[in-house]
Design a protein around this ligand. Sequence first.
Ligand SMILES: [Zn+2]
Length: 217
Amino acid sequence: MEIIDQVRQASSIVEIASQYTTLKRRGRKWVGLCPFHTEKTPSFTVDEDKQLYHCFGCGAGGDIFSLLMERESLTFPEALKSLAERYRVPLPAQQRVRPEVLKLEEKLFKINELAVAYFRKNLHGTAEGKKALEYLRKRGLSDETVQTLKIGYAPNAWTALLDAFKAKDVPVSLLEKGGLVLPGSRPGEYRDRFRGRVIFPIFSLTGRVVAFGGRTI
Ligand SMILES: [Zn+2]
C-alpha cells in the first residue's frame, strides 16, 4: 500500500476536524460550523466512512490532507509527516513522497490561477457577469474589494469552464481533482461545478488560491 494511503487509513478526519470546530454526529455524518468561513448554522459535514469533508456554505471540501494543509498552511509532504507522526505510521527516511505527487499539487495551483483569470474575465467582460457585479455593488462591495479578493463569476452554463479549459489543453482529470468540474450522469461525461454563481477564491496563508467558493445571486 502507498504510504499516503497508509497514513490516511490510520488517521481520523473527525478527530482532526474537531481541532477546528465542534462536530456533532448526525446520522452517518458529522456536522459543525465551517472552519473555512463564518456562519451561524452548521453547513460543514464530515463523512467518516469516505474520510472527506464538505461545506455546503462556501464549497470548501477535500480530504484529511487538504484539511490540514489549508488550516495549518502546510505543504503536502508536511501534512503527510505531521499525520504520520501523530498516528504512528512509520515514515522511513528513504521512502520519500513521490515527485509525481508534488508535481500534481503544483499543477493544481496553476490551474487555480487560470481559473481565477477565467472567472474574473466573466465577471467583468460578459453581460451576465455585469449583472453579478451590480449585485456585488448593491451588497456594498466596492470595485476595489472585488479586485483585491479576485472575485469572479461562473456563467449559468453546463460546460463553459470545461470548454474554456479544453481549449487550453488542460486535462479533464486535473479539473476534476481541482474540484472545478464534476462527473456527469454518463461515464466520461463532466459538467462545471459552479454555474450562475459569484466565485470567491479561497486563499492559503501564503496567498495561493487553494479552492473556490460559489454563491448564488
Ligand atoms: Zn464553509
